[in-house]
Design a protein around this ligand. Structure first.
Ligand code: ZN
Length: 352
């Protein structure tokens, strides 16, 4: 088994500044947690995505506008800003995801993780959003489709709903999007009833969660919903939008931060995951990949508590490289209501 860990120095040169939490220090923490890679994992370099690859997901107007920000600092929307090297970083981040698809399809590695910044899953075809300039996971999925992979599954465990990825694929039956996320929460999308549209009905699977769920509950939701659906969908590639901002320590999605995010609504804490939970979810994705014979790749999204981010990424890389995922304790039952609602919706499309 060979696990590719994709990295490029450009990813730390994206410095949005202001109050934006996606800081270069995030990747510093990840690098130090991976100062020695586990056996079976090795570093891999990234290339730039080509204009043609980017245009599979993004509109010419947005790509042209993005080009105008090269060498400049600018605030693009309330949560998204660029520094002079941000556009280069974003194009390289997209290329890291796309290039990892190539490496896995060509057998250079069996699985991998792209440690990219800026993140991608809020980016829409026509505009940036929520720290994201280009949708790295969606670009990887489209690249795989272009290379002849008939079906691709994108599984998103970031604490926020990947509204960009959902929108890009919601009318399509060839790319399945599954997301577990806090709700109500930024960006406001991802209700269980959002199931896709047109030919894509049934291929968008949303699991909105209240605060207070921990490792065992998340794993239970993945095992009861994501795994049987993806088994049946039979993708030729599995992409995980791997954000770690659902860690209990995270300032955006963790135990203390929920009220700040909901302005005025009092909710008992955000997501309570730990690095063990992320390792277990990575294990679920790995089981699917093994049973389907499909390559598995993780693409970094959020995660803003530096220590927690480093430990969580390391835990996932260890699982990708062959370590046994941890056994989690019993569920406390808080997932049952979520599960009931999601199963009721999804049983229209899948035998759950
Ligand atoms: Zn997030």
């Amino acid at each position: 088994m060979s696990t590719l860990v994709v990295w490029d120095e450009l990813f730390v040169e994206h410095e949005p500044g202001l109050d934006i939490r996606d800081t270069p220090e995030r990747l510093g923490a990840v690098r130090s947690a991976l100062s020695r890679l586990p056996p079976g994992a090795r570093w891999a370099s990234a290339r730039d995505a080509t204009r043609g690859e980017l245009a599979r997901v993004h509109t010419p107007a947005w790509l042209d506008e993005l080009d105008t920000y090269r060498g400049r600092s600018a605030l693009l929307e309330p949560d998204t800003a660029v520094s002079p090297r941000s556009v280069e970083a974003a194009v390289r981040a997209a290329g890291a995801a796309v290039g990892l698809v190539d490496a896995l399809l060509e057998g250079t590695g069996t699985n991998g993780m792209a440690l990219v910044r800026p993140p991608g899953h809020h980016a829409l075809p026509e505009r940036p959003m929520g720290f994201c300039l280009l949708n790295n996971a969606a670009l990887a999925a489209e690249h795989a489709r272009g290379r002849g992979v008939e079906r691709v599954a994108i599984l998103d465990w970031d604490v926020h709903h990947g509204n960009g990825t959902q929108r890009i694929f919601e009318r399509r039956a060839d790319v399945l999007y599954f997301s577990t996320h806090l709700s109500p929460f930024y960006p406001g999308t991802g209700r269980a009833e959002e199931v896709g549209a047109g030919a894509g009905v049934g291929y968008t699977v949303n699991v909105p969660m209240p605060g207070g769920l921990g490792d065992a509950e998340l794993e239970a939701l993945w095992r009861r919903v994501a795994m049987p659906i993806v088994e049946r969908f039979r993708p030729g590639l599995i992409i995980v939008s791997a954000g770690f901002d659902g860690h209990a320590d995270d300032p955006l999605g963790g135990r203390d931060a929920f009220e700040e995010q909901l302005a005025g609504r009092s909710v008992p804490g955000g997501s309570l995951l730990t690095e063990k939970g992320y390792a277990a979810l990575c294990g679920c994705a790995g089981e699917l990949a093994a049973s389907l014979g499909a390559p598995l790749m993780l693409v970094l999204e959020g995660g803003y508590a530096l220590g927690a981010l480093g430990r969580s990424v390391r835990a996932c890389v260890e699982v990708l490289a062959g370590a046994r995922p941890p056994e989690l304790g019993a569920c406390r039952g808080a997932e049952r209501l979520v599960l009931e609602r999601v199963l009721e919706v999804q049983r229209r499309f899948w035998p759950l």
